[in-house]
Design a protein around this ligand. Structure first.
Ligand code: ADP
Ligand code: MG
Length: 567
């Protein structure tokens, strides 16, 4: 067969064009894409060798990386399934998924600098053109007598010709671009950079990813003894990736210490996490995950810049760092990872956006986390309080968010300070301690517990032995108004309306007194005109002579808050 020159299809051409003149800053992911392809190819070989005659079983699977600095060449070689002539044309010459292109078209001209374009819309093989101006693929399939060479410098098209290759598999050689302006390509020809990228993106690929590397070994004398402080440099094939990720190990064999190290390495924290939650789920939807709750909330947790999310792996290949679909807003502080073989993300990662499996995983994880927190609250109160002090506001927000959708799930995780208790208590504990005649759950809003204690409205409640929840966070009242009630007990603000704590005879007396003092009350009201709505005799005071109350609508604190809100 003579050499054939073939033009790219229009779609591929446009995509290539976008790739080459990439708006995209994260060029380094090309290596991940090529390694994933190599790993996929080995998977395919392995599978076929188990099921089909004539394919040698082997155990020397390897993905090898070679750097030729002088000629600016980076080569990735695998001993996977390779490609026949037709496969080469179909798979490498065409871009299967037009959805990606559609997306790119709509994004053209927009600022894509900070979007993880490839991360979300993997275009695999073509990403090689982000760093190279010529790509060569030499491949041999076990189902073809001949080997083929595919060459392209991107723009127009590619050529295919027969070539010589003895072993089965694929060799992809990139001619790395020269640096220009502020674009650095030289680094892709550095050992350390390649190693770093392999560790970052492909650490858990199941097959060894190897590279020739220099290593110092102790120099030996003639008798074979080490000479002190003398070294020889040897070059050897070294495996760069760890292959077995922590989550692939047997859970019972992984220590908490190992898990903490993993956390600190992966998520750039200096302190051990508060706790970890390790999940293995098998069945209709299979996934594993390790979730961490940090000991301390990061400083920027509530800023707009903070990005929530979990790392996502599909079959050991790193897909993205912050998959936000996996984390409900209120749990934005969690760190960790999810790996699932069910997420098939090979070519078009846009499916991620509306992926129902991801939603399912998110819901499962959420439940799991809440369960774990409930356990913590039950069994390790002190640790829970640590958690509460860091992330309590998030839980309250979770109750309030989505119109209270999650209130049943979360309400028992909320802790309160109260007027009577020295320690935090839950709503359930509050209710259990209520005197028999108490009909409502009382709360007061103020800047501090002592302010509530000192408020005149407390007099009555104190004498009745009723406790009062102390609300000091802005979100507290919103949360309670969304909850509306707990175990059929309504929430009642002590700053609001009539507390209705008096018995009938007392009411009678008040009524009588009110008629008797009608003129006086009218006079007071007159002189405070515009400042108060009404002047009433009160049953809520015992020690104080007078108090201000708000009407039945919003309470004082809520009113204050609403005033501060924009809009
Ligand atoms: P995807 O991997 O998502 O299918 P790519 O653009 O990365 O998309 O690759 C396109 C296709 O090219 C692959 O599906 C595969 O058929 C083929 N291919 C790429 N690299 C290799 C390789 N190293 N060995 C065999 N086939 C490959
Ligand atoms: Mg691919």
């Amino acid at each position: 067969m003579s050499k054939k020159n073939i033009e790219f299809k229009t779609e591929s051409k446009r995509l290539l064009d976008l790739m080459i003149h990439s708006i995209y800053t994260n060029k380094e992911i090309f290596l991940r894409e090529l390694i994933s392809n190599a790993s996929d190819a080995i998977d395919k070989y392995h599978f076929k060798s188990l099921t089909e005659e004539g394919l040698e079983n082997r155990n020397d699977y390897e993905i090898h990386i070679d750097i030729d600095k002088k000629h600016r060449l980076l080569t990735i070689t695998d001993n996977g399934i390779g490609m026949t002539y037709d496969e080469l044309i179909d798979n490498i010459g065409t871009i299967a998924k037009s959805g990606t292109l559609e997306f790119l078209k709509t994004m053209k001209g927009k600022d894509l600098k900070n979007t993880d374009l490839i991360g979300q819309f993997g275009v695999g093989f073509y990403s090689a053109f982000m760093v190279s101006d010529k790509v060569e693929v030499v491949t041999k399939s076990p189902f073809s007598d001949k080997a083929y060479k595919w060459v392209s410098s991107g723009e127009e098209g590619y050529s295919v010709e027969e070539t010589q290759k003895d072993s089965i598999g694929t060799e992809i050689t990139l001619k790395i671009r020269k640096n220009h302006d502020d674009e650095n390509y030289d680094e892709f020809l550095e050992d350390y950079k390649i190693e770093q990228l392999v560790k970052k993106y492909s650490n858990y690929v199941r097959y060894p990813i190897t590279m020739e590397k220099e290593r110092e070994v102790p120099k030996l004398d003639d008798e074979g003894n080490e000479i002190e402080d003398k070294f020889d440099t040897i070059v050897e094939n070294q495996t760069l990736n760890e292959m077995t990720p922590i989550w692939e190990k047997n859970k019972s064999q992984v220590t908490d210490e190992e898990l903490n190290e993993f956390y600190k390495n992966q998520y750039y924290d200096y302190t051990d996490p508060l706790l970890n939650i390790w999940t293995n789920v098998e069945g209709k939807l299979t996934y594993k995950s390790i979730i961490y709750i940090p000991a301390k909330a990061p400083a920027n947790l509530y800023s707009e810049k903070y990005e929530k999310g979990l790392q996502l792996y599909a079959k050991g290949v790193f897909i993205m760092d912050k998959c936000k679909e996996l984390v409900p807003d209120y749990l934005r502080f969690i760190k960790g990872m999810v790996v699932s073989p069910d997420l098939n993300l090979n070519i078009s990662r846009e499916i991620l956006q509306k992926n129902t499996q991801l939603t399912k995983i998110q819901q499962n994880l959420e439940k799991k986390i809440v369960k774990r927190l409930e356990k913590l609250l039950e069994n390790e109160r002190e640790t829970y309080i640590k958690f509460w002090k860091e992330f309590g506001v998030n839980i309250k927000y979770g109750v309030y968010d989505n119109f209270g959708l999650n209130k049943d799930l979360l309400q028992d995780l909320v802790l309160f300070e109260t007027v009577n208790e020295d320690a935090y208590i839950t709503l359930n504990e509050y209710v259990e301690k209520m005197p028999k005649d108490q009909k409502e759950i009382y709360f007061g809003s103020a800047n501090s517990k002592s302010a509530i204690k000192a408020s005149p409205q407390m007099d009555r409640l104190k004498s009745k032995g009723y406790d009062v929840l102390v609300l000091t966070d802005e979100i507290d009242e919103f949360m309670l108004s969304i909850m509306n009630e707990y175990k059929k007990f309504k929430f009642k603000s002590i700053n609001q309306g009539d507390l209705d704590l008096v018995d009938e005879s007392e009411k009678e007396t008040i009524k009588k007194q009110e008629t008797e003092n009608k003129d006086l009350l009218e006079k007071i009201k007159e002189s405070l005109k515009g400042q108060v709505d009404d002047v009433k005799l009160s049953t809520r005071l015992t020690d104080s002579p007078v108090c201000l109350v708000s009407g039945e609508g919003m309470s004082f604190e809520m009113e204050k808050l609403m005033e501060q809100m924009p809009g």
